[in-house]
Design a protein around this ligand. Structure first.
Ligand code: NDP
Ligand code: HSE
Length: 437
């Protein structure tokens, strides 16, 4: 009879500290849910002196990950180091040793998920990665279990807390980009390299995982179209408001005529979208299944306790399975290993969308006609237009909203327009999700 389940954690940083706090503070509650105590056997970090405001039982904190892997009392290995090579070795070694594995490392899974999923399936162990997408939101469990009856049709997600925090504060408080990024870093939301957050890379990592689980197709995040938020200006935010839109960094994935469309970019959303009101560090994921219809999950997308909650839920699931002999019951990638179907990833130039276009032009007669003419030449229809004020001979913005158009046509028209003598900078393009009215 198993009388306790031992946990060994590697990486006592932001998320690691959250996990340890939850395991210690909610130990009684967790024991009542699992049936036996979850014991924190080892915690490894390079720095064993830093004050994290948490007192670990004596002898638990070590500076070498090997001491975690080799400890026979460790049943569940939790990787919270981040990065690629070391973390991957750690996870593969833990799987080879037959341990249950939990990780929050979306970057690693987005790049090497196939190898790790295959190793976990072969060994028949549980691989938990709930914290890898949406922080504290249980979206991985939702896709693997709660929505397993459905053919997933589309996924829309605000899946980076840092960039949503930045965009919200810029929109609501008129704060600057750099200032809000520093606040997000201080709060423990940002990645070790925050360009991952603001350049859309972290969202692409997470979208690749969602596509993989949702559509049952392997996908490499490098193949996803990815655009971040660094070029969004206060002007675009103000114009978005005029059109009753809000700008969010969105991960979008859809099944379209047997292809999968998957992309990350700033997106204008109308008030009818359940994602439009998601503010600050909150994330939200809208999943559309053929049977259930719309499901929206929302919660804190980053931070020690939010991510810690997801990690501990994986520890609890792993412990329950160990106790009842159910390890490996749920396939790591949601579909049985031999039952996944590679789908064609639709190239970006083939997608169709509504577009917001901001042209910075010299204010003189005939400019608007030339822009409209060029758009018309490529079959792009204008749904509304905005030009404020008159400053003859100086630079002014002209903002155009289009009806549904094909990306290739829009890009071709813009490359022509950007060469015109009245253009003072390249056109800003933001895609719009919503009804074509
Ligand atoms: P941190 O940088 O705060 O923590 C990582 C910890 O690992 C640091 O304490 C680091 O020590 C330690 N470490 C590095 N190398 C080793 C090693 N060889 N052996 C032992 N310890 C080591 O990162 P986070 O906690 O923010 O992120 C951890 C993982 O969780 C990442 O994969 C991240 O993407 C993911 N994640 C993060 C979320 C968040 O909100 N922060 C949310 C969801 C997922 P030192 O500092 O001394 O180098
Ligand atoms: N850096 C990530 C974010 C952490 O800001 O969303 C959560 O995955």
């Amino acid at each position: 009879m198993i009388s306790r389940v031992g946990v060994g954690l590697i990486g006592f940083g932001t998320v690691g500290s959250g996990v340890v706090k939850i395991l210690l503070e909610n130990a009684g509650l967790i024991r009542r849910r699992v049936g036996v105590p979850i014991e924190l056997v080892r915690v490894a970090d390079l720095d064993v002196t830093r004050d994290r405001g948490i007192t670990l039982p004596p002898g638990v904190l070590v500076n070498d990950a090997k001491q975690v892997l080799s400890d026979p009392n460790v049943d569940i290995v939790v990787e919270l180091v981040g990065g690629y090579d070391f973390a991957k070795r750690l996870i593969l070694d833990a799987i080879a040793a037959g341990k249950t594995v939990v990780t929050a490392n979306k970057a690693l899974l987005a790049l090497h998920g196939e190898e790790i999923f295959a190793a976990a399936s072969r060994k028949g162990i549980d691989l938990g990665f709930e914290a890898s997408v949406g922080g504290g939101i249980p979206v991985i469990h939702a896709l693997k279990e709660g929505l397993a009856a459905n053919s997933i049709q589309s996924i829309y997600g605000i899946i980076n807390g840092t960039s949503n925090y930045i965009l919200s504060r810029m929109t609501n408080e008129g704060k600057g980009f750099a200032e809000t990024l520093v606040e997000a870093q201080k709060a423990g939301y940002a990645e070790a390299d925050p360009t991952f957050d603001v350049a859309g890379t972290d969202s692409a990592h997470k979208l690749a995982i969602l596509v993989n689980l949702g559509f049952g197709t392997p996908v490499n995040f490098k193949d996803l179209y990815t655009e971040g938020i660094t070029h969004i200006t206060e002007h675009d935010m103000a114009y978005a408001r005029e059109f009753d839109y809000t700008i969010k960094l969105l991960g979008i994935a859809k099944l379209v005529e047997g292809d999968v469309e998957a992309r990350v970019h700033p997106t204008m959303l109308g008030a009818e979208s359940p994602l439009a009101k998601i503010e600050g560090v909150y994330n939200a994921i809208q999943l559309i299944g053929d049977a259930v219809g719309d499901v929206v999950l929302s919660g804190r997308g980053a931070g020690d306790l939010a991510a810690g909650s997801a990690v501990v839920s994986d520890i609890i699931a792993g412990a329950r399975n160990l106790l009842k002999g159910g390890a490996g019951r749920v396939p790591p990638a949601s579909f049985q290993p031999g039952e996944r179907r590679p789908l064609r990833l639709r190239p970006m130039e083939e997608i169709r969308s509504l577009y917001y276009l901001r042209f910075m032009v010299t204010d003189r007669p005939g400019v608007l006609a030339q822009i409209a003419g060029e758009l018309g030449r490529y079959g792009i229809s204008i749904s509304s237009m905005l030009q404020k004020g008159r400053r003859e001979g100086q630079t002014v913005p002209i903002v155009i909203k289009t009806h549904t158009a094909r990306e290739r046509d829009v890009q071709t028209a813009l490359s022509q327009i950007n060469r015109m003598s009245f253009m003072s900078e390249p056109t800003t393009l933001i895609r719009i999700e919503g009804k074509d009215e």
